[in-house]
Design a protein around this ligand. Structure first.
Ligand code: IDP
Length: 154
């Protein structure tokens, strides 16, 4: 059995504008993941730069920061068994052309720069803690009992 953990997920401005917030949330809820934090914000530029700091030297960095600050986003924290890997699998490959149908990007996106959703990378150790800390105060994350947990977990 895998680790029960928190993972950071964010609906990007393209998906917000296209009315896909509910769709993204529904897919994660239907899977059995537990929502422990959510808000709607216009991301301040400094926070976007911190969030994408690993891409600072890439040619697409400025466009990426411009885009993520261009409209409302929905940062979220979801909890569950192997949550980081489960969510990354549901989101699909970074480039929608490579994303399998049935994944969020494979079903709702066409373009690398408009790929609907962000999720912390399971191959980047510490990504979740770092990204959750950038976007949430600890008191914004809610502790409660998931009533169907006994049916989701052995
Ligand atoms: P991820 O979002 O799947 O974790 P990352 O490699 O962390 O992918 O890249 C962050 C975001 O930057 C991607 O979601 C995508 O929107 C954008 N991006 C990544 N590579 C490129 C590129 O080569 N050109 C333009 N945008 C890119």
């Amino acid at each position: 059995m895998g680790e029960h953990e928190r993972t950071f997920v964010m609906v990007k401005p393209d998906a917000f504008a296209r009315g896909l917030v509910g769709e993204v949330i529904s897919r994660l809820e239907d899977r059995g993941l537990k929502l422990v934090g959510i808000k709607v914000i216009n991301m301040p530029r400094e926070r976007a730069e911190e969030h994408y700091a690993e891409h600072e030297d890439k040619p697409f960095y400025d466009d990426l920061v411009d885009f993520i600050t261009s409209g409302p986003v929905v940062p979220m924290v979801w909890e569950g068994q192997d949550a980081t890997r489960q969510v990354r699998q549901m989101i699909g490959a970074t480039d929608p052309l490579e994303a399998e149908p049935g994944t969020i990007r494979g079903d709702y996106a066409l373009d690398l720069g408009r790929n609907v959703v962000h999720a912390a990378d399971h191959e980047d150790e510490g990504a979740n803690e770092r990204e959750i800390a950038i976007h949430f105060d600890e008191d914004e994350l809610i502790d409660y009992e998931q009533h169907d947990a006994e049916w989701l977990y052995e």
